[in-house]
Design a protein around this ligand. Structure first.
Ligand code: ATP
Ligand code: MG
Ligand code: MG
Ligand code: MG
Length: 562
């Protein structure tokens, strides 16, 4: 069935001349201006008809790619009982990003930021035999995360659409196979959405540990920093965010103390009842946002003499001299060298323990997910270095380029973390009961929409790739003249018959308004029907992407488009 022709006169797509003040980046501004979405609350958006069409197209691509590798679609509730999160230990560990609520019977719930607990509990009593493995289940669903800084519209929102998949295996080899399938599918999804992206392997190599790949859409507005090379090599140069959900550890034994809801050093000092006057604040991290390891030392300690200065909007790094003076390793602020009684806080986002963020002997660069003692000794510490722009590519030897990226998706080998803590086991071939080996795989569907706009827009507006455009072609009659209107209508239905998705701008507006809206909304093709052209038997076809215009004989238009 051909799709009905959309009529601009009826369409609910309120376009705006100016972008709202709080919109900083292209995707945020343009999705609002093009009438694709509206803000409901901080980090919470309503999709309007056109925005929803794009979202649905991205979802359809994701669904096809998941179905193609044998993953089966399900739908889990967003509302999750706290008990499951207690079982995994994450009710306490997840921190304030978890949206918690209580029902009328005083039972705790959360709005799912992710679904490992729910899916593990779902299969644990019914997926019983190795013969049923491997199994991959996925859903496309709304997620909730109380991000400390919801911003950039759909890029970092508090309610967003994610495709999350989970796989269950008897062996590591089987997990690896599915992980590779998922990685390929994720690459296909990015390709089909028209994204220029790099798969970035995180936490591998010398640091060891978990296996994960992030798919980064390259864009200056991205919050992640990476290096990449023309040969395909790409790596994270850092991870984590500002100090948002700190977890406190006492330095002896790294005993976890609390996850206070504090956002500044001052609030933290207050939480710890450390008088401001006798507090030493020292931290290692980027000066622009105060990343990441912070140290508190009680007032009577000699470190008290350090005055870590606070620059506008952030903190200043300690100099090497200052560090050495207090027996700290150059460029580092990890647990080593901390005096007795000191506190260390680490960002929750880094899943810091036992993996610390440590200095890398280079201002502003840190190892993330590294555990001193586990991954390297104190002596080795100073010798390790992280990759950064200008370094030579380890794969091909060319200099690495620096870039910013938007994490649109991530694949992750979970291992037995959830199956063990939640008692999800199966009977293996050898008759033994074993915990499932699991993988999890997430695509930020709504974030992908924003990433596409970041890469496909200009001063005039959005330039959707065909694959995700809200419609393929917009027919623009330049006047209300009978011949012009009837020709435009006829062209619209001929194009619709070709299975193109067609919109006609049948509003009584000036041509300038129609052109501006067409460019802003970003239909890939515009077909302009004017009186003068018709007198010569031509209409104009414009490619939004390049701005290229061509006069086409009316008689050959359908041929051209089919
Ligand atoms: P980030 O590092 O940006 O905070 P994340 O690593 O916490 O993302 P995951 O837990 O890996 O996110 O979730 C899977 C995907 O969900 C991410 O790759 C991203 O595309 C999307 N996503 C995560 N948080 C948000 C958000 N606040 N708004 C929109 N999409 C998000
Ligand atoms: Mg996050
Ligand atoms: Mg991330
Ligand atoms: Mg991630």
């Amino acid at each position: 069935m051909t799709a009905p022709i959309l009529r601009m006169s009826k369409l609910y797509a309120p376009t705006l001349k100016e972008s709202p003040n709080d919109a900083e980046i292209a995707s945020h501004k343009l999705l609002l201006r093009a009438g694709m979405m509206r803000k409901t609350a901080s980090g919470v958006y309503t999709f309007l008809p056109l925005g929803y069409k794009v979202l649905a197209k991205v979802e359809a691509i994701v669904r096809e790619e998941m179905d193609a590798i044998g993953a089966q679609e399900i739908m889990m509730p967003a509302l999750q009982p706290a008990e499951l999160w207690h079982e995994s230990g994450r009710w306490n560990d997840y921190g304030p990003e978890l949206m918690r609520l209580c029902d009328r019977h005083d039972h705790d719930f959360c709005l799912g930021p992710t679904h490992e607990e729910l899916i593990t509990s779902l299969v644990r009593n019914e997926l019983r035999s190795y013969k049923q493995l491997p199994l991959s289940l996925y859903q496309i669903q709304v997620k909730f995360r109380d991000e400390i800084r919801p911003r950039f519209g759909l890029l970092r929102s508090r309610e967003f659409i994610m495709k999350d998949a989970y796989s269950f295996h008897a062996t590591q080899e089987s997990l690896q196979e599915t992980y590779d399938d998922m990685s390929r599918a994720y690459g296909n999804i990015c390709d089909r959405c028209g994204l220029d992206y790099r798969p970035v392997e995180a936490d591998s190599g010398q640091i060891g540990g978990k296996v994960t790949t992030e798919f980064m859409a390259l864009a200056p507005a991205g919050e992640a920093e990476l290096v990449h090379c023309s040969c395909g090599y790409a790596a994270n140069t850092e991870a984590g965010e500002c100090i948002c959900h700190p977890t406190l550890y006492k330095n002896e034994g790294l005993e976890k103390i609390a996850t206070p809801n504090v956002h500044t050093i001052e609030e933290l000092a207050e939480f710890l009842s450390i008088p401001e006057s006798s507090t030493v604040k020292a931290l290692s991290g980027k000066s622009d946002d105060g990343r990441l390891v912070v140290m508190f030392v009680p007032g009577d300690h000699e470190l008290n003499e350090i005055k870590a200065s606070r620059a506008a909007g952030g903190f200043t790094l300690l100099t090497d001299g200052e560090m050495e003076a207090f027996g700290l390793h150059k460029g580092s602020m990890g647990p080593v060298g901390l005096p007795e009684g000191a506190y260390v806080i680490a960002d929750r986002a880094l899943e810091a323990v036992p993996a610390w963020v440590v200095g890398a002997n280079e201002d502003g660069y840190h190892y993330v997910g590294a555990a001193l003692g586990r991954d390297f000794t104190v002596d080795q510490w100073a010798d390790l270095s992280v990759v950064k722009p200008g370094d030579m590519c380890p794969d091909c030897g060319l200099p690495l380029q620096g870039a910013r990226g938007i994490e649109v998706s991530q694949v992750f080998q979970l291992g037995t973390k959830y199956s063990e803590s939640m008692g999800a086991t199966f009977m293996d071939e050898d008759g033994k009961e074993k915990p499932f080996i699991m993988g999890c795989y997430g695509v930020g569907v709504s974030r992908t929409v924003a990433a596409i706009v970041e890469q496909h827009s200009d001063e005039g507006g959005i330039a959707w790739p065909m694959s995700v455009a809200p419609a393929h072609v917009c027919v623009i009659p330049l006047s209300q003249d009978d011949t012009v209107m009837s020709t435009a209508e006829k062209i619209a239905s001929q194009l619709a018959d070709l299975d193109l998705e067609v919109v006609i701008d049948d509003r009584k507006e000036r041509p300038g308004v129609k052109f501006a809206d067409a460019d802003l909304i970003g239909w890939p093709l515009q077909v302009v029907v004017g009186k003068r052209g018709l007198e010569n038997g031509t209409i104009e076809v414009k490619l939004r992407r390049t701005g290229e215009k061509r006069d086409v004989p009316l008689s050959t238009l359908v041929e051209l488009m089919s």
